[in-house]
Design a protein around this ligand. Structure first.
Ligand SMILES: Cc1cc2nc3c(=O)[nH]c(=O)nc-3n(C[C@H](O)[C@H](O)[C@H](O)COP(=O)(O)OP(=O)(O)OC[C@H]3O[C@@H](n4cnc5c(N)ncnc54)[C@H](O)[C@@H]3O)c2cc1C
Length: 385
């Protein structure tokens, strides 16, 4: 067996790349290999939020274009991922953070039409009477942000890719990337070499070890996060609410379209790739923080709890493309640091242009892997959870 292009990982990133590649080059033999099943990794374990509010300009630009593509996915794929634009509400408790939001609004967001409303504490209580926000300085409301169903997006790409003649192999882990004379020869699957002109590593939290096995170190640290839903109630939490008090440990909370209250805290910190376990430490910390913010939630029982990995890069921005010092034919799209679902459509489009047409789009350029050795970091401080 031989492919023109092999993609390692059947998450939303690998599948988006596969879909746009096949659309651009229908005659190429393109295969996605997935160690478990489609969406096994972070792609079906995430909060399904999309936003355009980032601290760094390249991420703002990238997110705006990806959001636009997300919102037209129903037309593109025929699968309706049920977008809901309810906004993000950041609750801010210290002057420095408040000023940082003001400066980012003035210097970056206003330039790109990224809307933001600064609400004083009384307005916050008036609009969201179920909140007990404590000594708040301001609420920052980003009205263009929202949710879109992650399973629909992931499966829509898989379905469309297959329908166009793309190949997906589930439960088929790639053991290693095979090199020959400074270029890609293919991949090793179960001891057998499958030849391939090009290999794209989109293996989420597993990308780091796969790349290390051929001597390439990417500055990535997988970090396990836990998330839970409480039993469903009538819809009342309109935006995604982020409580910025350090004692709330990164609390965010929202409601799913079914009415389940979904949220998380950034605790306990577990770095590295481990089993998708859950901890009582997470549950008790989350319960305390979320009940402090929305006291009525103390009457709800926990319905479900799960975990998944943020694949955190050194500057909290994704890594896409290749380094010319790498073996010819090798590419990556990884390190999405907790916001990869929302970046998937534009990643797929730009990676397909790069791989087929050898064109580095200016929006992609800041995210090349070479930025780390060149000291051109895209420092992204707005990571949620
Ligand atoms: C709790 C949580 C909440 C999040 N919330 C959001 C959010 O609200 N919005 C947002 O934009 N992002 C969010 N994210 C981040 C987002 O989920 C990820 O950035 C995104 O899913 C990354 O997609 P991926 O395809 O790179 O990785 P993954 O979905 O992890 O896919 C990688 C795949 O590669 C496979 N694989 C690994 N090794 C191999 C191998 N050797 N051979 C074959 N296959 C292999 C794995 O089985 C896996 O299926 C969240 C993440 C978590 C964990």
């Amino acid at each position: 067996m031989k492919h023109d292009i092999t993609i390692v990982g059947g998450g939303v990133i690998g599948l988006s790349i596969a879909y746009y590649l096949k659309k651009k080059a229908p005659d190429l033999d393109i295969a996605v290999y997935e160690a478990k099943y489609i969406g096994y990794g972070a792609s079906t374990r995430n909060g399904s939020h999309i936003r355009v509010h980032f601290w760094s300009e390249p991420n703002v630009v990238f997110a705006i274009k990806s959001r636009k593509m997300m919102l037209s996915l129903a037309k593109e794929t025929g699968w309706n991922p049920t977008p809901y634009i309810g906004g993000y509400l950041w609750l801010i408790y210290d002057e420095d953070t408040y000023q940082a939001y003001k400066h980012t609004n003035r210097d970056i967001w206003s330039k790109y039409g990224v809307a933001v409303e600064f609400l004083d504490p009384e307005e916050v209580i008036e609009r969201y009477p179920y909140l007990n926000p404590g000594k708040l300085i301001t609420g920052v409301l980003g009205v263009q942000d929202g949710k879109i169903h992650h399973d629909f997006v992931t499966y829509a790409y898989a379905y469309k890719f297959k329908n166009m003649g793309g190949k997906i192999y589930e439960y088929t882990p790639i053991n290693s990337i095979v090199l020959e004379e400074g270029r890609i020869r293919g991949v090793d699957i179960g001891g057998k070499i499958i030849e391939s002109e090009k290999v794209i590593v989109a293996a989420g939290a597993w990308s780091k070890s796969l790349m290390e096995s051929i001597g390439i170190t990417l500055p990535l640290t997988p970090s396990r996060k836990e998330l839970s839903v409480l039993e469903p109630v009538n819809f009342f939490i309109k935006p995604l609410i982020i409580d910025m008090r350090p004692s709330s440990r990164g609390l965010y909370v929202c409601q799913t379209p079914r009415g389940e209250v979904m949220g998380s805290v950034d605790y306990p910190e577990v770095q590295g790739v481990y089993e998708f376990n859950n901890t009582i430490k997470y549950l008790s910390t989350y319960a305390r923080a979320v009940i402090r913010l929305i006291p009525a939630l103390k009457y709800l029982r926990v319905l479900r709890i799960w975990s998944g990995d943020y694949n955190v890069s050194a500057d909290h921005s994704h890594i896409m493309g290749r380094d010319d010092e790498w073996p010819d034919g090798l590419y990556v799209a990884t390190g999405y640091s907790g916001h990869g679902f929302m970046m998937a459509p534009y990643t797929g489009l730009l990676m397909s242009e790069y791989i087929i047409e050898d064109k580095i789009h200016p929006d992609m350029e800041p995210f090349l892997p070479t930025r780390f050795k060149e000291g051109r970091l895209v420092k992204e401080m707005m990571v949620i959870g």
